[in-house]
Design a protein. Structure first.
Length: 318
């Protein structure tokens, strides 16, 4: 008897230079791995099966298993994990005698649920830093959410269009980064609306979720907001530390699945930290999605005017 795993059909994967594998019932592509991994899991390259005249034997691993290989950018959106591109199909089984041969980290990666988190960036866009950040996220296949300041948009329109084209979420961080709690109500509406108008003129119509500057807003002003509001659950104070290694350590040392991580793409050290965070957490089986995707994955319907630290936790308003 074996352990049932969720089987996700793979699309657009690199075969790592080895023949594709099959499982009983039809052909499937498998994340590119070396021959030693083929042998550990009892998988047989299709070419060898055909030459020997034997029926194909093997299993299909979940896409989230961290065993190497990558998704082809022509087939899978570069900033989306494959779990979001392809619906889950039937289960695949790994015999228990094979599982017993695996080390603890590999076994954990095989059997646990995918670990999704959301990277968020405030106070941009800024040409020199945000463009480098987008390059790094694209290279790593990681999605993020950018809460932009309206005053930063003129002259950086191309960066916003690139964010949208590469699958990132764009949010509203007000026009001039004013504290909304206690502010004149008309001024609150204007701060939000001016940025929405600018965003629509650049990337088209959409729902631009709000992150109040400093995370501060009171009940009366929140009632004026027509979108969900996003706080955070992990804050390494990158703006204060200005040290990439310390920021990366602070995040990776405490992050949990479902977290929303606060960073600022305005600072070069924060860009360095963000990419290091992605590298470390991807190696631990984490996947990076937008805030909106994180809510959808966790089955939470966000409400306009509510302030969320993460999908399953709201913040009390001032």
């Amino acid at each position: 008897m074996g352990l049932q795993l969720q089987h996700v059909p793979l699309v657009g994967v690199d075969d790592g230079g080895f023949p594709p594998l099959q499982e009983p019932g039809g052909p499937e592509a498998v994340v590119g791995v070396d021959m030693a991994v083929y042998q550990v899991f009892g998988l047989v390259p299709v070419d060898e099966v055909q030459q020997a005249g034997k029926p194909p034997v093997g299993v299909v691993l979940p896409v989230a298993v961290v065993l190497g290989g990558g998704m082809g950018q022509d087939d899978v959106h570069p900033s989306r994990p494959a779990e979001l591109e392809s619906p889950a199909a039937g289960p695949a089984e790994i015999p228990l005698e094979i599982l017993g041969e695996l080390d603890g980290d590999t076994l954990e990666a095989l059997v646990e649920e995918p670990k999704y988190v959301a990277l968020t960036f405030d106070d941009g866009p800024r040409a020199s830093t945000t463009s480098r950040l987008l390059d790094g996220l694209l290279e790593r296949g990681a999605a993020a959410t950018f809460f932009v300041i309206g005053q930063q948009i003129p002259g950086n329109e191309a960066l916003l269009r690139r964010m949208a084209a590469e699958g990132h979420q764009i949010g509203n961080h007000t026009y001039s980064h004013v504290r909304l709690a206690g502010a004149d109500k008309d001024a609150v509406v204007e701060e939000i609306h001016k940025t929405e108008v600018l965003l629509q003129s650049v990337v088209g119509a959409g729902s631009f979720w709000l992150r109040p500057p400093y995370g501060a807003i009171d009940t009366q002003r929140a009632a004026l907001v027509k979108t969900p509001m996003i706080y955070w659950s992990v804050d390494p104070q990158d703006w204060k530390l200005l040290d990439a290694a310390k920021v990366a350590d602070a995040v990776t040392g405490c992050v949990r699945p479902g977290d929303i991580i606060l960073l600022h793409d305005f600072y070069p050290t924060s860009v360095d930290a963000a990419l290091e965070i992605v590298d470390r957490l991807q190696a631990r089986g984490f996947a990076f999605v937008t805030v909106e995707e994180l809510f959808r994955i966790q089955g939470v319907e966000p409400q306009a005017g509510s302030l969320y630290a993460c999908p399953n936790r709201t913040r009390c308003l001032e």
